[in-house]
Write a protein that binds this ligand. Structure first.
Ligand SMILES: C[S@@+](CC[C@H](N)C(=O)[O-])C[C@H]1O[C@@H](n2cnc3c(N)ncnc32)[C@H](O)[C@@H]1O
Length: 207
Protein backbone atom coordinates (compact mmCIF):
# COMPACT_ATOMS: atom_id res chain seq x y z
CA UNK A 1 0.00 0.00 0.00
CA UNK A 2 1.23 3.52 -0.82
CA UNK A 3 2.17 5.67 2.18
CA UNK A 4 -0.22 8.36 0.93
CA UNK A 5 -3.12 5.88 0.85
CA UNK A 6 -2.41 4.71 4.38
CA UNK A 7 -2.14 8.29 5.65
CA UNK A 8 -5.37 9.46 4.02
CA UNK A 9 -7.26 6.45 5.34
CA UNK A 10 -5.82 6.91 8.86
CA UNK A 11 -7.10 10.50 8.86
CA UNK A 12 -10.50 9.48 7.49
CA UNK A 13 -10.79 6.61 10.00
CA UNK A 14 -9.53 8.53 13.03
CA UNK A 15 -12.47 7.27 15.08
CA UNK A 16 -11.48 3.75 14.21
CA UNK A 17 -14.32 1.66 12.77
CA UNK A 18 -16.93 4.37 13.36
CA UNK A 19 -18.23 4.51 9.78
CA UNK A 20 -18.12 0.73 9.46
CA UNK A 21 -20.44 0.52 12.48
CA UNK A 22 -22.74 3.11 10.92
CA UNK A 23 -23.04 1.26 7.62
CA UNK A 24 -23.42 -2.08 9.44
CA UNK A 25 -26.47 -0.68 11.24
CA UNK A 26 -27.90 0.36 7.86
CA UNK A 27 -27.16 -3.05 6.31
CA UNK A 28 -28.84 -4.84 9.22
CA UNK A 29 -32.05 -2.91 8.52
CA UNK A 30 -32.09 -2.93 4.70
CA UNK A 31 -31.51 -5.24 1.76
CA UNK A 32 -28.76 -3.45 -0.20
CA UNK A 33 -26.57 -4.63 -3.06
CA UNK A 34 -25.57 -1.48 -4.99
CA UNK A 35 -24.55 1.82 -3.40
CA UNK A 36 -23.81 5.33 -4.68
CA UNK A 37 -21.85 7.67 -2.41
CA UNK A 38 -21.51 11.21 -3.88
CA UNK A 39 -19.13 13.42 -1.89
CA UNK A 40 -17.53 10.35 -0.37
CA UNK A 41 -13.98 11.73 -0.31
CA UNK A 42 -11.98 8.63 0.81
CA UNK A 43 -14.63 7.12 3.08
CA UNK A 44 -14.42 3.53 1.79
CA UNK A 45 -16.18 2.03 4.82
CA UNK A 46 -19.32 1.17 2.76
CA UNK A 47 -17.26 -1.39 0.82
CA UNK A 48 -16.51 -3.18 4.08
CA UNK A 49 -20.22 -4.00 4.21
CA UNK A 50 -21.73 -3.70 0.71
CA UNK A 51 -20.58 -5.53 -2.46
CA UNK A 52 -20.96 -2.88 -5.18
CA UNK A 53 -20.13 0.71 -4.27
CA UNK A 54 -19.59 3.73 -6.54
CA UNK A 55 -17.73 6.65 -4.96
CA UNK A 56 -17.93 10.17 -6.43
CA UNK A 57 -15.91 13.20 -5.42
CA UNK A 58 -14.24 16.18 -7.08
CA UNK A 59 -11.43 16.58 -4.53
CA UNK A 60 -7.98 16.42 -6.14
CA UNK A 61 -6.75 13.80 -3.63
CA UNK A 62 -9.55 11.40 -4.63
CA UNK A 63 -8.11 10.00 -7.91
CA UNK A 64 -4.67 9.40 -6.38
CA UNK A 65 -6.16 7.53 -3.40
CA UNK A 66 -8.31 5.28 -5.59
CA UNK A 67 -5.51 4.73 -8.14
CA UNK A 68 -3.81 2.62 -5.45
CA UNK A 69 -6.32 -0.16 -6.13
CA UNK A 70 -4.33 -2.81 -4.25
CA UNK A 71 -4.01 -0.55 -1.21
CA UNK A 72 -7.71 0.34 -1.21
CA UNK A 73 -8.68 -3.34 -1.51
CA UNK A 74 -6.26 -4.24 1.28
CA UNK A 75 -7.95 -1.77 3.66
CA UNK A 76 -11.41 -3.09 2.76
CA UNK A 77 -10.47 -6.79 2.73
CA UNK A 78 -9.11 -6.52 6.27
CA UNK A 79 -12.73 -5.99 7.40
CA UNK A 80 -14.41 -8.59 5.16
CA UNK A 81 -14.54 -12.38 5.05
CA UNK A 82 -14.63 -12.50 1.24
CA UNK A 83 -13.17 -10.80 -1.81
CA UNK A 84 -16.45 -10.52 -3.73
CA UNK A 85 -16.72 -6.75 -3.94
CA UNK A 86 -16.07 -4.03 -6.46
CA UNK A 87 -15.05 -0.43 -5.88
CA UNK A 88 -15.95 2.11 -8.59
CA UNK A 89 -14.44 5.59 -8.16
CA UNK A 90 -15.69 8.48 -10.31
CA UNK A 91 -13.72 11.71 -10.04
CA UNK A 92 -16.46 14.20 -10.86
CA UNK A 93 -18.76 16.92 -9.64
CA UNK A 94 -21.93 15.10 -8.58
CA UNK A 95 -24.09 17.98 -9.83
CA UNK A 96 -23.10 17.05 -13.39
CA UNK A 97 -24.30 14.01 -15.40
CA UNK A 98 -22.60 10.94 -13.95
CA UNK A 99 -21.88 7.77 -15.97
CA UNK A 100 -24.50 5.84 -14.00
CA UNK A 101 -27.89 4.63 -15.21
CA UNK A 102 -31.00 6.21 -13.71
CA UNK A 103 -32.68 4.12 -10.99
CA UNK A 104 -29.65 1.83 -10.74
CA UNK A 105 -28.72 1.79 -7.04
CA UNK A 106 -30.35 0.46 -3.86
CA UNK A 107 -28.77 2.95 -1.48
CA UNK A 108 -27.77 6.61 -1.95
CA UNK A 109 -25.49 8.01 0.77
CA UNK A 110 -25.43 11.74 1.61
CA UNK A 111 -23.13 12.63 4.51
CA UNK A 112 -21.61 16.10 5.02
CA UNK A 113 -21.40 16.77 1.27
CA UNK A 114 -24.11 19.25 0.30
CA UNK A 115 -27.40 18.64 -1.47
CA UNK A 116 -26.69 15.17 -2.83
CA UNK A 117 -30.38 14.25 -2.78
CA UNK A 118 -31.28 17.12 -5.11
CA UNK A 119 -28.78 16.09 -7.76
CA UNK A 120 -28.47 12.31 -7.42
CA UNK A 121 -31.92 10.92 -6.55
CA UNK A 122 -32.33 10.08 -10.24
CA UNK A 123 -29.77 7.26 -9.80
CA UNK A 124 -31.70 5.69 -6.88
CA UNK A 125 -34.22 2.93 -7.60
CA UNK A 126 -37.82 3.62 -6.73
CA UNK A 127 -38.10 1.61 -3.53
CA UNK A 128 -34.44 2.29 -2.74
CA UNK A 129 -33.17 4.21 0.28
CA UNK A 130 -31.48 7.55 0.89
CA UNK A 131 -29.21 7.61 3.97
CA UNK A 132 -28.71 11.26 4.80
CA UNK A 133 -27.63 13.50 7.65
CA UNK A 134 -28.63 17.12 8.13
CA UNK A 135 -25.23 18.72 8.62
CA UNK A 136 -25.56 20.57 5.29
CA UNK A 137 -29.37 20.54 5.25
CA UNK A 138 -29.81 17.59 2.90
CA UNK A 139 -32.09 15.66 5.28
CA UNK A 140 -34.26 18.78 5.50
CA UNK A 141 -34.29 18.89 1.71
CA UNK A 142 -35.35 15.22 1.51
CA UNK A 143 -38.06 15.81 4.10
CA UNK A 144 -39.85 18.18 1.71
CA UNK A 145 -39.06 16.22 -1.47
CA UNK A 146 -42.22 14.56 -2.81
CA UNK A 147 -40.23 11.66 -4.22
CA UNK A 148 -39.39 10.53 -0.69
CA UNK A 149 -41.11 9.02 2.33
CA UNK A 150 -39.37 9.31 5.71
CA UNK A 151 -38.98 5.70 6.87
CA UNK A 152 -36.31 5.49 9.56
CA UNK A 153 -33.60 7.02 11.69
CA UNK A 154 -30.11 6.03 12.70
CA UNK A 155 -29.41 7.08 16.25
CA UNK A 156 -25.95 7.17 17.79
CA UNK A 157 -24.93 6.47 21.36
CA UNK A 158 -21.49 5.64 22.80
CA UNK A 159 -20.10 5.11 19.28
CA UNK A 160 -22.83 2.61 18.43
CA UNK A 161 -25.51 3.11 15.82
CA UNK A 162 -29.04 1.83 15.89
CA UNK A 163 -31.82 1.77 13.31
CA UNK A 164 -35.29 2.85 14.41
CA UNK A 165 -38.60 3.20 12.61
CA UNK A 166 -41.00 3.87 15.48
CA UNK A 167 -42.26 7.34 16.51
CA UNK A 168 -40.98 9.04 13.35
CA UNK A 169 -43.73 11.64 13.76
CA UNK A 170 -41.57 13.56 16.27
CA UNK A 171 -38.87 14.42 13.73
CA UNK A 172 -38.59 17.39 11.33
CA UNK A 173 -40.58 19.72 13.57
CA UNK A 174 -38.69 23.07 13.43
CA UNK A 175 -37.81 24.75 16.73
CA UNK A 176 -38.86 28.08 15.25
CA UNK A 177 -42.28 28.39 13.72
CA UNK A 178 -41.21 28.78 10.09
CA UNK A 179 -42.18 27.20 6.77
CA UNK A 180 -39.56 24.83 5.36
CA UNK A 181 -39.05 25.53 1.68
CA UNK A 182 -36.44 24.43 -0.86
CA UNK A 183 -35.15 28.01 -1.11
CA UNK A 184 -34.84 28.40 2.68
CA UNK A 185 -33.02 25.06 3.08
CA UNK A 186 -30.70 25.83 0.15
CA UNK A 187 -29.88 29.33 1.44
CA UNK A 188 -29.17 28.02 4.94
CA UNK A 189 -26.90 25.13 3.84
CA UNK A 190 -27.11 23.58 7.28
CA UNK A 191 -29.78 22.10 9.51
CA UNK A 192 -32.84 24.23 10.19
CA UNK A 193 -32.86 23.10 13.82
CA UNK A 194 -35.52 20.65 14.94
CA UNK A 195 -37.08 19.80 18.29
CA UNK A 196 -35.87 16.21 17.89
CA UNK A 197 -32.95 15.03 15.77
CA UNK A 198 -31.04 11.85 14.93
CA UNK A 199 -27.54 11.14 13.64
CA UNK A 200 -28.97 10.30 10.21
CA UNK A 201 -32.27 9.64 8.48
CA UNK A 202 -33.56 7.07 6.02
CA UNK A 203 -35.94 8.01 3.24
CA UNK A 204 -37.52 5.55 0.79
CA UNK A 205 -37.85 6.73 -2.78
CA UNK A 206 -41.53 6.34 -3.68
CA UNK A 207 -41.65 7.95 -7.14
C1 LIG B 1 -16.77 17.11 4.47
S1 LIG B 1 -16.33 15.96 3.21
C2 LIG B 1 -17.28 14.55 3.68
C3 LIG B 1 -16.70 13.28 3.14
C4 LIG B 1 -17.49 12.03 3.50
N1 LIG B 1 -18.83 12.09 2.99
C5 LIG B 1 -17.54 11.82 4.99
O1 LIG B 1 -18.63 11.92 5.58
O2 LIG B 1 -16.49 11.52 5.58
C6 LIG B 1 -17.25 16.58 1.81
C7 LIG B 1 -16.77 16.01 0.48
O3 LIG B 1 -17.76 16.28 -0.50
C8 LIG B 1 -17.11 16.60 -1.70
N2 LIG B 1 -18.02 17.39 -2.52
C9 LIG B 1 -18.73 18.49 -2.16
N3 LIG B 1 -19.46 18.94 -3.20
C10 LIG B 1 -19.21 18.09 -4.23
C11 LIG B 1 -19.68 18.03 -5.57
N4 LIG B 1 -20.54 18.94 -6.06
N5 LIG B 1 -19.22 17.03 -6.35
C12 LIG B 1 -18.36 16.11 -5.87
N6 LIG B 1 -17.87 16.13 -4.60
C13 LIG B 1 -18.30 17.10 -3.80
C14 LIG B 1 -15.86 17.36 -1.27
O4 LIG B 1 -14.88 17.33 -2.28
C15 LIG B 1 -15.47 16.60 -0.02
O5 LIG B 1 -14.54 15.57 -0.31
Amino acid sequence: MDDATAKLWATQDRHVGDRERLFRAVADALDVDTVLYPGSYVDIAPSMIFDHVTYVDNDKRFPKFFSDQAGVREIISAQRDDDNFDVNPIHADYTTDLPIKDEAVDLLISLYAGFVSEHCTRYLKVGGTLLVNDSHGDASMASIDERYEFTGVITSRDSHYRFGAATLGGYFIPKRDEPITVERVRDLGRTIGYTKSAFAYLFTRTS
